[in-house]
Unconditional design. Structure first.
Length: 314
């Protein structure tokens, strides 16, 4: 069974529960720098992109994400379906990256294969590629709406690409039951098929973080294809910190690793996957707190290097 590389919350995260009040509201997506954010209606496979979108709501205070993650980490193994709580400013704050290329970005609710909740980020330029992004372990707070997922999607959209995030089965508003990694590879395959359907003729990139990275590796191992792949947080230890055997990793595969990853250092990863190309983000652990925009930039740079399309960056 494929397992996830996550950890228990810090004492600060647990203590934040005492001071945070969650409210039920629509989740505000990450706006682009100097831009507005909209969300449109869901569309089925093959539908054209909606011509209009609805403006979306307010920001929220810091600490909410930490509390939500702490609660998820201390819960039973069944993933939470509730994703209506407000996220923190780490999720909703405007991007402060180096290359603001779009002045208006849309975020649209989508439904993959009539069962998987998804969101499609659309730049204000003609998209030249579509990137599918797979999230971390849902039993430990991983969903398509976490800060690192938002940072990766934002970086991709600023390159002029569609960014498609989705929730694995049993997570958020996705139907079905989470299988602990046994069948989630089918969800990756469905998302890739959906990407081809809504963006016919465009190259497809795949990005996976932690559990999502292992699902992408499993998808590729069984014959799945993509025009570019970038992985984040691929550890050499499982969730119990026991050593693990990595699945096949093709030579040249790009992996972003955290300097202090508690589930395997970059050195340990290089020993386990000697032919991978590994970029190390300094001063962070598996969660990349404070460096998520850097992770997004590294991922987007790699995809831009490999995808057979021009980038909208100078």
């Amino acid at each position: 069974m494929l397992s996830e590389l996550m950890t228990m919350p810090s004492p600060e995260q647990v203590m934040s529960l005492a001071s945070v009040k969650l409210s039920l509201t629509r989740i505000a997506q990450v706006p682009s720098r100097a831009g507005k954010l909209c969300v449109g209606e869901a569309a089925a496979v093959g539908d054209a992109l909606p011509a209009a979108a609805l403006a979306l709501g307010e920001d929220c205070g810091p600490g909410t994400w930490a509390a939500w993650q702490a609660t998820a980490a201390s819960s039973a193994s069944t993933p939470r379906r509730a994703t209506s709580g407000r996220m923190s400013q780490a999720y909703t704050a405007a991007y402060r990256g180096r290359f603001p290329q779009t002045s208006f970005v849309r975020e649209e609710a989508r439904r993959i294969d009539e069962r998987l909740e998804a969101t499609l980020r659309i730049p204000d330029v003609e998209p030249t590629a579509i990137v599918v992004i797979a999230h971390a372990l849902p039993t430990h707070g991983g969903t398509m709406r976490t800060p690192i997922m938002a940072a990766i999607a934002r970086a991709c959209a600023e390159r002029g690409w569609y960014a498609l995030r989705f929730n694995f089965r049993g997570v958020g508003a996705s139907s079905g039951e989470w299988s602990g990694g046994r069948h989630e590879t089918d969800d990756v395959a469905a998302a890739v098929e959906y990407a081809h359907a809504i963006a016919p003729g465009l190259p497809v990139g795949l990005v996976g973080y932690s559990f999502g990275a292992f699902q992408i590796l499993a998808y590729l191992e069984r014959g799945g294809r993509a025009d570019a792949v970038a992985l984040v947080g691929v550890g050499t230890k499982d969730v119990s910190f026991a050593p693990r055997v990595l699945p096949p990793i093709a030579a040249g595969t790009f992996i972003v690793a955290a300097e202090n990853d508690q589930f395997g250092t970059p050195e340990e990863l290089r020993a386990a996957a000697p032919h991978a190309r590994i970029a190390t983000v300094s001063g962070v652990d598996h969660f990349f707190v404070g460096k998520r925009d850097e992770v997004g930039a590294l991922v987007a740079e790699e995809l831009a290097r490999v995808l057979p399309v021009p980038s909208h960056l100078p």
